[in-house]
Design a protein around this ligand. Structure first.
Ligand code: C5P
Length: 225
């Protein structure tokens, strides 16, 4: 592992997957386990960083020495990340954030009625937190990292997304029902805004996390040099 090259740095990591409630018992969710975000939190702490982990609906133990803020929805995740990002040297958005949420929340459980078609679920857009943080940069020289989980045309979609989101690094990986989500391992390509592309071979999520911190630490060192 690397030395304490993140000592004195504050890093903010989002992990897990948001849940967008339809009524008191149902939600729209996704398959993110939070394992990659937690691996990022553990490795950043091991490299000396002060770590704020914004965890959405994860079932994982709090990493030692890490500040954990628990959230449910995309809007709650946005509040928590923006608050923590105020003095952050780096923000890593590893969470799977719902692009849409139900337009209305039913205060009581939605009932099926005999002989009636189900009511359609109308959705509205959630804010794009990664794009917002990238555009605003609460702190000069703040490094912003995003993830892109793709099922097709992984690299081409990743390059477009990096430009559209405006972040410094975008970690792209292929996902599927049995790929990446919930797994202990991952394999990815780290795309950088300077055009460099770093493949990270299949391996533990900690190894990908360390490869990401290598790049973040190098950028932070350049900033203060
Ligand atoms: O656009 P897409 O959802 O594929 O982008 C994924 C990246 O953007 C992830 O880093 C995710 O955390 C972030 N994201 C976000 N806000 C959203 C949707 C995604 O910050 N509403």
């Amino acid at each position: 592992a690397a030395g304490p090259d993140l000592a004195g740095r504050h890093v903010v990591i989002s992990a897990g997957g948001t849940r967008e409630p339809l009524d008191p018992v149902r939600f729209l969710g996704n398959r993110s386990s939070g394992k990659q975000g937690y691996a990022l939190a553990r490795t950043a702490a091991a490299r000396g960083a002060r770590v704020t982990l914004v965890a959405a609906n994860t079932a994982l133990p709090d990493p030692a020495g890490v500040d954990v803020v628990r959230v449910g929805t995309a809007l709650q995740l946005r509040e928590a990340v923006l608050k923590a990002a105020g003095d952050a040297d780096a923000v890593v958005m590893a969470a799977a954030v719902a692009d849409f949420r139900p337009a209305v929340y039913a205060d009581g459980k939605i009932k099926k009625k005999d002989g009636q078609e189900p009511a359609p679920v109308n959705l509205v857009r959630n804010p794009d937190i990664l794009a917002e943080i990238s555009a605003e940069r609460a702190r000069e020289g703040q490094i912003v990292v995003g993830f892109a989980a793709e099922t097709d045309d992984v690299l081409a979609n990743g390059r477009t997304k990096l430009a559209r989101k405006g972040c410094d690094l975008l970690v792209v990986n292929e996902v599927g029902e049995t790929k990446t989500f919930g797994s202990e391992e991952n394999e990815a390509v780290i795309l950088a805004s300077d055009g460099t592309e770093t493949p990270v071979a299949h391996g533990p999520k900690e190894a990908l996390a360390d490869a990401i911190w290598d790049r973040v630490a190098a950028r932070l060192a350049r900033r203060t040099a």
